[in-house]
Design a protein around this ligand. Structure first.
Ligand code: ZN
Length: 320
């Protein structure tokens, strides 16, 4: 009898990242391939299946020893039906991803929103280990969020809970890609930070502005550039405003912050913390810890592993 395994898949708009882990949660193999979403839904399902076969082969696992597959996908989706309602990065609408993968793989598949799996990954294997509540926020190109309440992903009525990026922090502010205005994502994401810097630079010297990213702004701010610092300060303040709404609503003990923008340095964290302190209820502020994610870009795939472990083995991480 061989060992048993689970697979965790992080499906993104540009790449598919897949892990194979033992039923103890130890990662044995990983694979990354381009999504090539332009080739259509069927082709993406096939590529996911290929990565699962590839990690199994790498680890010397037999396909029949894989107990379950967890998949994190972008966009609003319903974990119960396994349907991805809308994924603009993939060009999908009402895609029956779970059924498609189960038919292709012949294995139980569980589907979740990618930010929720980031939360579950940090909870099971990272910065949130040993707790029971966790709010996860990822600040990169966009801003995503996930909630773990009493040891479980909290999805709300239809899987849409935890969309911290779409809390209004600047009423009437810049247009957000969700259609609303002044969402946290529209004023504090990496995209928003880069846009703000380009606007400022365009006024002075045209041309060079195009190459600016949030990472450029962060480096300039750390080096003492006053304009870069002001841009980062403003984004950090808005992050604190969004966190204050979450902290007042849920009174979490732990907020784990991941994503590229959160690696912008000490200034961003200090300013965000000050904003939170000034805007959250005092008791709730005192009870919350803000910490960086421990798993980096692997959080989602490790969350998918945790989801598969729960699906295949009914493991309750909160109780061991
Ligand atoms: Zn929005």
């Amino acid at each position: 009898m061989g060992a048993d395994y689970v697979a965790g898949v992080d499906l993104g708009g540009t790449k598919i990242y897949t892990l194979l882990a033992t039923t103890e949660g130890t990662v044995k193999a990983e694979a990354e391939v381009p999504t090539e979403a332009g080739r259509g839904y069927e082709a993406v399902v096939e590529r996911i299946a290929e990565t699962v076969a590839a990690v199994a082969a790498q680890a010397g696992a037999r396909p029949e020893n894989i107990r379950a597959v967890g998949v994190g996908a972008p966009g609003p989706l319903d974990p119960r039906t396994g349907i991805v309602h809308q994924a603009p990065n993939l060009g999908w609408k009402e895609a029956p991803l779970r059924a498609g993968l189960e038919a292709r793989l012949g294995l139980p598949v569980r589907l979740e929103n990618d930010a929720n799996l980031g939360a579950l990954g940090e909870y099971a294997f990272g910065a949130g280990r040993g707790g029971t509540e966790l709010v996860y926020v990822t600040v990169s190109t966009g801003i995503g969020g996930g909630l773990i309440l009493r040891g479980e992903i909290y999805g709300g009525a239809g899987g849409g809970a935890g969309e911290i990026g779409h809390i209004t922090v600047v009423p009437g502010g810049p247009r957000c890609r969700c259609g609303s205005r002044g969402c946290l994502e529209a004023v504090a994401s990496g995209t928003a930070i880069a846009l703000r810097a380009r606007e400022l630079l365009d006024r002075g010297a045209g041309g060079a502005a195009e190459a600016i990213t949030a990472a450029t702004v962060a480096r300039a701010a750390e080096a003492g550039d006053p304009e870069a610092r002001a841009i980062l300060d403003e984004a950090a303040w808005h992050l604190g405003t969004g966190l204050a709404a979450v902290v007042n609503l849920l009174n979490p003990g732990l907020v784990v912050l991941g994503g590229g923008v959160m690696r912008s340095g000490r200034l961003l964290w200090e300013r965000m913390d000050r904003s939170l302190r000034e805007q959250a209820l005092e008791a709730s502020y005192r009870q919350v810890r803000l910490v960086p994610g421990a798993l980096g870009a692997r959080a989602g795939a490790l969350g998918a592993v945790a989801l598969a472990l729960r699906a295949g083995l009914s493991i309750d991480f909160g109780k061991h």
